[in-house]
Structure formats: structure tokens, C-alpha cells
Ligand binder design. Structure first.
Ligand SMILES: [Zn+2]
Length: 421
């Protein structure tokens, strides 16, 4: 059931990253999940249609979480005073192993997906565990709860505890079977090939996955050049390749349907490779700080024309709320600005908003903006709790405050793919 949806309110989006587009008391019209436009006056042809009037509330596009680990939702907010390896051994690996239990997976994945939904995430790119049944449970729950996007059974056959280590051949065979069963099973949720990262995958697995990506034309989701220690392992294993990007590219894993998290330490030619392949970078500012990875050069990536979206990276990040990611993207970019001797400009608020909406949205198709021909993903925001009076603030100031101090309690309604969800 789609039909015509007309939303009335204060409509804000970022068709371009440099500035907000605002229509005060405007009309957002979509017919069968296709946006017809944002209008100051309702066009006569829709005069007889029902209008949902949100009054003085704000209407923005959906938000997109470009990198999040579903099993790590279980222990989000824990161990953030540990170093990465200790954190993985204490929390990540033991928790992930519990997802061999389907009942456990059902319980925690339901809570995870409902949390994304409550926080306004329209679509997400999600890591599962190595377990195929749990990955399918996750995909079913996302579809039911109307959180769209891509989810992955992950691959891991080296440099991990025995209880999570896959047999190399079996890992690829399981992935093939899983793709075969799931590639066109659901409307909103599709599979993405998800090698954990280069250190935990042998070349046999990466090569096998590259072939599957080509055969099934599915997206790829992983981590790239996140951390000096990780990069040293990759250099040691593949001395003939100068950077993570070259290794992924060798195995056919960099396409315009690839999303790579972090990219904190990109080499100059690696930046060009990522841009030329059309890869999307998932910038996860909260996680970059928490795991003490470093600060990625987002300004430089944007100037070069690299596609960038935002990710919560639960549980490297503790907050599933994309407002936090927008706010912290600005914050982290200021530290980068200082670090660069004030050379690399920090991000503006419209830019951070763009990254969390249209910047990530392009990965899923035409979503993340209210331009004509886009799908209808939208959020309705109520900021009355943030001020004694809203009279003093412009629409963009109201949105700016929501980004920095708002949270899920300010979300009144959520639309995904042309339906109220
Ligand atoms: Zn991650």
C-alpha cells in the first residue's frame, strides 16, 4: 500500500552539501514512493488528496547508518577504556560466538533493529556474525521493522579465536549458498558480501568472495586502512601491495557498490583508487575516537569527490543515533583542522547533515533528499522540548540544535520507502 503521501510542515534537506534547502510551511508530495517535489503551495492536481499536517514540526530526509555491527549491540557502551585488541577479546569475540544460538540471535537482533528504528535510521549497512542462520534472522527482522539496507554474514578464517574461525573453503561455500537464497528474497533488505577485514581473511577467502561479488552483483562491506597495527599486518602479508585498497582491488572487492568503513590513514594513490572505483566511505567519528584509531581526512575526501556517508559503528561507537554522528563529524573535523595547522577546513553543519542523509543515501539508490524522482524516506522532528520558545530561531538553527542536542525523543514519525513505518 503506497499511494499518495502529502506531508505538510517545515521541510529541510540538502540536495547539495553546501547549504540547507528550507521550505517553511511547505508540502512534500510523493506518489507511490516517488517524490514529486517540495512546494510552497499545494499544486492543484493534489487538492483532493489527504494532507498529513505536522504543523510547526521539521521534516527531514531519512538518515543512513553506513556501518554498524549488529551483534555488538549487546555490549555497546562497555570496555571503552580498553585498547582495541583487549576489547575484541573481552567483548567482541565471545559475544559474536553466542549468535550460533538462533534464539539468542532473535532476541538481540530484534532489540538492535528496533533501536535503529527508534533513532530514525531509515536504512543501514550491517555486519552480522559468521553464522548464516543468524544473518537470515537479522535480515528478516530488518524487513519486518522497515529498516532497509544491506546485511552480511561475515567471513573470518584467520587471526581470530578458534571458536569463530571458519574453514576457508566452507566460508566461501556458505556465502554462496546464503547469497543464492537471499539475493532477491526481500524488498527492503539485501545481502552484502562482508569480509571482516583483510587481517582475518586469507587470500583464499578474499579471492572466493571477489568471484561471488562479480557473479551475484552484490555490494561489499568491510573496513579499510583504519589503524596502524591493522595496516602493518596487511603490509606484512601482501608486501607487493602498497595499501589496503590495492589488496581489496586485486581481489575484485572495490566496486561502486562497495562501502568501506573508516579510511583513517589513506595513502594518496589509495584515495584516487577509492574515488575511481566509486567506493563509499563510512565515516564513523565516535568510533574513531573510542578505539583511538585517528582522524580521517574527510575534507580531503570530499574535495576529491569521494562518496562519504556516516556510520555509528556500534559498538566501536556507543550511540546508534545518526545525529550524534553528524555532530561528532563536525567536532572531529575541527581537531583535524587544528592538526593540519588550520589547513584542512572543518565540516559545516549542512555538510555533516548531507553526509548523514544524501551522502550515505546514494548507496541505496535515490534516497536521502527530497528531490523529484527520489524515494520517500523522511523523519518528522519535534524540537519543542529543546527550548522555552522557538520564536528566536530560524529553521536551520532549529535543525542545527537538533543535530547537536536532540535524540530519539525528538523523532515523531518515520517514513521509509513511501510508507509510514
Ligand atoms: Zn566496524
Amino acid at each position: 500500500m503506497k499511494g499518495t503521501i502529502i506531508l505538510k510542515g517545515n521541510i529541510i534537506d540538502t540536495p547539495t552539501k553546501d547549504q540547507f534547502r528550507c521550505v517553511e510551511n511547505g508540502y512534500l508530495v510523493a506518489v507511490d514512493n516517488e517524490i514529486k517535489g517540495v512546494f510552497q503551495e499545494l499544486p492543484a492536481e493534489y487538492a483532493k488528496e489527504e494532507v498529513t499536517d505536522y504543523g510547526n514540526l521539521l521534516i527531514i530526509p531519512g538518515m543512513y547508518d553506513m556501518h554498524v555491527h549488529a551483534p555488538q549491540f549487546v555490549y555497546r557502551g562497555l570496555g571503552l577504556d580498553m585498547q582495541l585488541m583487549q576489547w575484541l577479546e573481552t567483548y567482541a569475540f565471545p559475544t559474536e560466538s553466542r549468535f550460533s544460538d538462533e534464539e539468542y540471535a532473535r532476541t538481540y537482533y530484534r532489540a538492535f533493529v528496533q533501536t535503529l528504528k527508534k533513532n530514525g535510521t531509515a536504512r543501514a549497512v550491517v555486519f552480522g556474525t559468521i553464522h548464516v542462520p543468524a544473518a537470515e534472522i537479522l535480515m528478516d527482522i530488518m524487513e519486518e521493522e522497515k529498516v532497509g539496507g544491506f546485511a552480511g554474514k561475515i567471513n573470518m578464517d584467520t587471526l581470530c579465536p578458534d571458536f569463530l574461525r571458519e574453514d576457508s573453503q566452507q566460508s566461501v561455500a556458505d556465502t554462496r549458498e546464503w547469497l543464492e537464497r537471499n539475493v532477491s528474497k526481500r524488498t527492503l533488505v539485501k545481502p552484502a558480501v562482508t569480509p571482516r577485514f583483510i587481517p582475518t581473511c586469507t587470500s583464499q577467502v578474499l579471492e572466493g568472495l571477489g568471484k561471488l561479488v562479480k557473479e551475484y552483483q552484490v555490494p561489499v562491506h568491510s573496513h579499510i586502512s583504519e589503524d596502524i597495527g591493522e595496516m602493518d599486518i596487511v603490509r606484512g602479508r601482501y608486501p607487493e601491495y602498497a595499501h589496503d585498497g590495492a589488496v581489496y582491488d586485486h581481489f575484485g572487492l572495490l566496486t561502486d557498490k562497495t562501502v568501506m568503513a573508516h579510511f583513517v590513514y589513506p595513502a594518496e594513490e589509495e584515495l584516487e583508487l577509492i574515488r575511481d572505483r566509486g567506493v563509499t566511505i563510512a565515516h564513523c567519528p565516535q568510533s574513531n575516537g573510542n578505539v583511538a584509531a585517528g582522524i580521517p581526512p574527510i575534507r580531503k575526501m570530499l574535495d576529491m569527490g569521494i562518496k562519504v556517508g556516516l556510520g555509528s559503528d556500534i559498538a566501536g561507537g556507543y550511540s546508534p543515533c545518526l545525529f550524534r554522528a553528524m555532530s561528532e563529524a563536525v567536532y572531529l573535523s575541527k581537531l583535524k583542522w587544528l592538526e593540519s595547522g588550520k589547513e584542512e577546513d572543518f565540516l559545516s553543519v549542512p555538510e555533516a547533515f548531507y553526509l548523514g542523509t544524501k551522502g550515505g543515501g546514494q548507496f541505496f539508490g535515490k534516497v536521502g533528499s527530497f528531490e523529484e524522482g527520489y524515494e520517500l524516506d523522511a523523519l518528522v522532528l519535534d524540537d519543542t522540548s529543546l527550548s522555552v520558545s522557538l520564536d528566536h530561531f530560524s529553521l536551520t538553527e532549529r535543525l542545527e540544535r537538533l543535530i547537536h542536542v536532540g535524540d530519539d525523543r525528538n523523532i515523531t514519525a518515520r517514513y521509509v520507502a513511501g510508507e509510514k513505518a
